[in-house]
Design a protein. Structure first.
Length: 305
């Protein structure tokens, strides 16, 4: 096996071929026409499958007649690993049965041997176009997912995602007789910041508060979400007792002792926090959030912080 060491290579191509002359021709074509492609080479189907499993190249080019396992069987196993794998089959004119089998497993790129350079280049270009299209679709799907589940300003989970995570945590807590806490948070005097310094400063404050809240919730399973406006909500699943939730609340208050510096202003931020516990303060999403919200307003109307 040979691996190109071109550090600028963005696409990797695995070429499986036991014919040295054919292999050399393909290598020359790829290096001449597609300098962005990095090559992996193999001389039998089993080795080719092992290389694919390890490196997951974007494109596979294979002859059909290969030692150990033939190119079609290798391609079939690759398709089982990755249905979007881009595979080009090299086949002779008397190997129509192989071609039909390749089409049957979803391979639409094939080039007859002896290899025609223009057709082979066109086949690689089709693969590159499909890879580019798949990447764009995945980016679009990721953008839509983030819009649906994450707050655009802070990058925190939004109500929808928080709701789903809370319900999953409630199901776990019920099955395993565990506790969880919901913390409802509201910034004190945030309206004054927007009114006096403008919404752009207010947005920066919200971002900074989101960062500090996230740092205070250090466990991987904890979730900090933006509920809306200057309100945040925190899920603390699988806790051992109320003291754990109280400890997080104290950390949050301590984290906001330090002023937020924005546009030559040092802004002192404080927050009111209400906590509800499962199962003592509710056994469903709505009840837990409502009781945490009520507790937060009790704090705000009493002495805050």
């Amino acid at each position: 096996m040979e691996i190109s060491t071109d550090e600028n290579s963005a696409i990797t191509l695995l070429y499986v071929e036991d014919d040295v002359q054919a292999q050399q021709l393909v290598i020359e074509i790829v290096q001449l026409k597609f300098p962005c492609i990095s090559l992996l080479l193999s001389s039998n189907g089993q080795d080719g499958l092992d290389i694919y499993t390890r490196f997951r190249p974007a494109i596979v080019v294979t002859d059909v007649r290969m030692p150990i396992i033939d190119g079609i069987q290798m391609a079939k196993k690759i398709k089982e690993l990755n249905k979007d794998a881009q595979i080009i089959v090299l086949t002779a004119t008397d190997e129509a049965n192989y071609l039909l089998e390749a089409i049957d497993i979803g391979i639409n790129n094939y080039v007859l041997k002896p290899i025609n350079m223009d057709k082979f280049i066109a086949a690689i270009e089709r693969c590159l176009d499909k890879i580019s299209l798949n990447k764009q679709l995945k980016q679009k799907e990721e953008f839509i997912r983030r819009m649906a589940y994450f707050d655009y300003l802070t990058g925190l989970p939004n109500r929808q995602l928080f709701s789903e995570l809370l319900n999953k945590s409630l199901a776990y807590a019920q099955r395993h007789n565990r506790l969880l806490a919901v913390c409802y948070l509201d910034l004190n005097g945030f309206k004054n910041i927007n009114d006096t310094l403008g919404h752009s400063v207010g947005d920066q404050v919200l971002k900074e508060v989101a960062k500090r809240l996230t740092l205070c919730c250090s466990r991987e399973e904890d979730t900090v979400a933006r509920w809306g406006g200057d309100e945040f909500i925190i899920l603390l699943p699988d806790i051992n007792g109320p003291q754990e939730a109280a400890s997080v609340a104290h950390k949050i208050n301590e984290s906001l002792v330090h002023p937020v510096c924005m546009d030559n202003h040092e802004l002192m931020i404080s927050i009111s926090i209400g906590i509800s516990l499962y199962p003592n303060n509710g056994k469903d999403e709505d009840t837990l959030i409502r009781n945490a919200d009520m507790a937060m307003y009790c704090d705000k109307n009493k002495d805050r912080n």
